[in-house]
Design a protein. Structure first.
Length: 276
């Protein structure tokens, strides 16, 4: 069933578990993720990232996402990930996304607040929830994840100012994870995460979940993270399965990749303690 993220994230936040939010890029990946949610009768947040508009349009992503959400018995939300441009966010709302992210984290605080507030006003008028981001969640290519300086972490005072000024529903925070593949596990600043959770009182979101370490992710869920974004582990698992099994035709290749992605999602449901 197609739902908003609001109730599912608030429940997860209150009960100390997190909901996986895998990014889909085609019909195979969105179908695979929805089938696992159906199998486990567990909530799911299907994410489509603005950066993947080269793979499909917002309209196509919405058609696929809403179809599989509505034909699945488990609660499924449809989320725009890392929305940067207002027109893309606006179109996503119009096309049926039930949640959107405004990523103005590269801006100064005042501009981040202004842009986030603009999206919140639009989205809430249509019953759509909003995720914002503050702090810097970079990529592995930018440097060593074990050598993060304090200034990349989300500052508590700035996060509180943004939440109070905008009325945003959830907040993506930077506590040590990065997008992409890691060389080893990242160092998570659990102390900062606990401070943010206590100060803000809304569901927190962790980006760069792939490869962050099972124990790290489970602990994050206990400290206020209600949504974990995942992507890299799925595409790597699908690639590795194809290399190992050598499917001899296109259909078998697709099925091999789908099965590998399903196994990864099942794993993260266990790690995040997210059950039906």
């Amino acid at each position: 069933m197609l739902v908003s993220t609001k109730d599912m994230l608030e429940k997860a936040h209150a009960e100390g578990y997190a909901i996986p939010s895998p990014d889909y890029v085609d019909s195979n990946s969105v179908r695979a993720f929805a089938q696992v949610a159906e199998e486990l009768r567990a909530p799911l947040i299907l994410s489509f990232a603005e950066v993947h508009l080269e793979q499909m349009s917002v309209e196509e992503a919405a058609l696929l996402g809403t179809y599989y959400a509505r034909t699945t018995d488990a609660p499924v939300a449809l989320h725009l990930d890392h929305g940067v441009h207002f027109d893309i966010i606006e179109e996503s709302i119009r096309q049926g996304f039930t949640s959107v992210m405004i990523d103005a984290s590269s801006e100064e605080l005042d501009e981040n607040i202004r842009r986030t507030k603009e999206v919140v006003e639009l989205a809430h008028a249509h019953g759509v929830t909003v995720e914002a981001e503050i702090g810097h969640v970079g990529t592995e290519e930018e440097g060593n994840p074990h050598a993060l300086s304090d200034n990349v972490y989300t500052e508590v005072a700035a996060a509180r100012a943004l939440v109070e000024a905008t009325g945003v529903d959830s907040l993506a925070v930077s506590v040590g994870t990065k997008h992409g593949s890691y060389k080893g596990e990242p160092h998570i600043n659990f102390e900062r995460l606990a401070e943010l959770n206590e100060a803000l009182g809304i569901p927190l979101v962790l980006h760069g979940g792939s490869g962050s370490g099972d124990e790290n992710l489970a602990r994050c869920a206990q400290l206020g993270v209600a949504k974990v974004n995942l992507y890299t582990d799925f595409i790597v698992a699908a690639r590795d399965a194809v290399y190992e099994q050598h499917p001899d035709n296109w259909v078998k290749l697709l099925n091999t990749g789908d099965a590998a992605m399903k196994d990864v999602l099942r794993h993260y449901y266990r790690v995040l303690r997210c059950t039906g």
